[in-house]
Design a protein around this ligand. Structure first.
Ligand SMILES: Nc1ncnc2c1ncn2[C@@H]1O[C@H](COP(=O)(O)OP(=O)(O)OP(=O)(O)O)[C@@H](O)[C@H]1O
Length: 519
């Protein structure tokens, strides 16, 4: 008997029972099979949808065309880990504050995923009768470098830390098949190495990872399935499909290049920025956008940022570097006043120390545009079903970066026209008015968030992991736009290809240890 974990035979997949519903892939999948302990890459623009197919998210026609093999005498357990950033919260600032809601749990409880309750009381309410293999739990904590974070509040984990915790949580359920989309997203090089080596050595289940065409395929992957919008292009053992890889990559890029150039130029798109065409000499006389004069941040006595001195002149472009957990998001949340310790006179804004009463949250955020994993998770959670692409971009005109109230109808003619110019420039016109945010690909969601962050022509643009999970071609267009962008830009990114050109960098090494220099 074949030891398959999942198999598709002649299946067409749909998201609804309606006869008229369009299939997820136009072509039926004739045959696809994953055997136990194989390590697959789903590669290409259709990878996330195909993961959902394997994860049993859609209805299949005919009904038994998708089947799961009988491993260990029962149906296989399928675990899906997707890009979700940190914990979704009602408000960005929640991550840095201490209050109770459903996510008020330690990292340990989050990974065990077996109880709900409070940190502060003695009892736990069990939500399943699952027996947790404590040896496996300890093994996962050790291998995924989570031991020091075990008792931490899950809400406070950084992106990279949360990514490792999510993996541990899924693996602790001892799945027969683990599907991880965008495996290396948001990870610093050493964390990426840890996770890659972990996946290489992990042999308790079949593994599928989703990668974009431009991503490097790890050596340990045994099989590759290339999926585009129509369905499977090719599949098989790595050696047998190696020659297709280059061919498909080249075809895809030339197709993307051929997408008709838009009428607007980059100058048309940014010409209303307050610093556009202002001579450098005049800009250099303006006060610094921000200046940190020995800033400190600590949690319960533990330093995260210590004695940080940093001057950010207007119009300067910065790459904020540092491994996962070194405090990059914390630093940015201080600038955007999303952090409780933001009211601090060591933080000087346009020459004025930021004391309580000297300014307010809306005043600060009026001049800031932002895209970040936290914002991505929050907007999807709160408005993903409600707002379409254009309506999402329109919310960028609100004063606060995390105000997602629909406002397109209230915008001026000029504002609406500007949105449409951007939509056209980035080749999104065909999906602009209909597709809800949550139905866009992750790459298009990131692109929409990028446009949203710049639409009000902010003085300061914060791009925290703004290009992770974005396809190459839209990312290049964003980078070309940023080349000409006249305002201050702060970029957090772990991967060189995803980093737009910056003039300066600040590297967070550990509390009290910082490096500032020219790129
Ligand atoms: N509310 C909190 N309570 C305790 N610790 C916290 C809290 N918020 C953040 N931290 C810790 O502060 C450190 C810095 O987190 P931060 O998210 O700023 O890191 P980062 O450099 O942005 O990481 P990444 O690259 O993974 O996004 C981490 O160790 C994190 O666990």
């Amino acid at each position: 008997m074949s030891n398959y974990v999942v198999r598709i035979k002649g299946g067409l997949f749909k998201s609804s029972l309606q006869r008229s519903a369009a299939p997820i892939f136009s072509k039926a999948i004739n045959f696809f099979e994953i055997l136990s302990h194989e390590k697959w890459v789903f590669w290409g623009p259709g990878k996330s949808k195909f993961m959902d197919v394997i994860g049993n998210k859609y209805l299949c026609e005919p009904p038994l065309s998708l089947s799961y093999g009988q491993t260990k005498g029962c149906l296989p357990k399928v675990e899906v880990v997707k890009f979700q950033g940190v914990m979704p919260t009602a408000h960005l600032s929640a991550r840095y504050e201490f209050f109770k809601d459903e996510f008020d749990q330690t990292c340990e409880k989050f990974i065990k995923d077996n109880s709900v309750g409070s940190n502060e009381v003695e009892y736990d309410v069990k939500k399943s009768d699952r027996v947790i293999d404590m040896d496996l739990y300890r093994f996962l904590l050790k291998e995924l470098k989570l031991e020091d974070l075990e008792k931490r509040w899950a809400m406070g984990l950084s992106n990279g830390q949360m990514r490792r915790a999510r993996l541990a949580r899924s693996l602790l359920k001892e799945p027969d098949i683990l599907l991880v989309d965008d495996l290396f997203l948001g990870l610093d090089p050493s964390a990426a190495k840890i996770i890659s080596e972990f996946m290489r050595d992990y042999s308790r289940s079949s593994i599928v990872i989703g990668l974009r065409l431009q991503d490097h395929i790890p050596e340990w992957c045994t099989h590759i399935c290339c999926v585009n919008e129509d369905g499977i292009l090719f599949q098989g053992k790595r050696d047998s499909v190696e020659h297709h890889l280059k061919e498909v990559g080249n075809q895809y890029y030339s197709k993307q290049q051929g997408i008709s150039a838009s009428q607007s130029t980059i100058d048309d798109l940014i010409s209303t920025h307050a610093l556009y065409n202002i001579p450098r000499t005049r800009i250099s006389q303006m006060p610094h956008s921000f200046e940190l004069r020995g800033l400190n941040v600590s949690y319960r006595g533990e330093d995260v940022i210590k004695d940080l001195y940093w001057k950010i002149p207007p119009g300067s472009k910065w790459h904020i570097r540092g491994d996962n957990g070194t405090g990059k998001s914390t630093l940015l949340s201080l600038l955007t006043a999303d952090h409780p310790q933001s009211w601090n006179s060591r933080l000087v804004e346009n020459g004025v120390p930021r004391r309580t009463g000297s300014t307010n949250y809306f005043e600060i955020n009026r001049k800031i545009g932002m895209s970040s994993p936290e914002l991505h998770a929050t907007i999807l959670n709160r408005s993903g079903k409600r707002l379409n692409l254009v309506e999402t971009i329109a919310t960028g005109f609100h004063e606060g970066t995390n105000n997602f109230t629909p406002c397109f109808d209230k915008l001026s003619y000029f504002q609406k026209e500007l949105i449409m110019k951007y939509v056209k420039f980035f080749g999104l016109s065909h999906i602009s008015g209909i597709t809800k945010l949550e139905d866009l690909s992750v790459s298009d969601q990131k692109l929409v968030l990028f446009i949203r962050s710049i639409i009000k022509m902010p003085e300061i643009l914060i791009l925290d992991e703004a290009f992770s999970a974005m396809e190459t071609e839209p990312m290049r267009k964003c980078h070309a736009l940023l080349e000409k962008w006249p305002g201050t830009v702060l970029v957090v990114s772990h991967i060189d290809e995803e980093t737009p050109r910056c003039d300066n960098f600040i590297k967070l090494i550990s509390p009290g240890d910082y490096k500032v220099g020219n790129v």
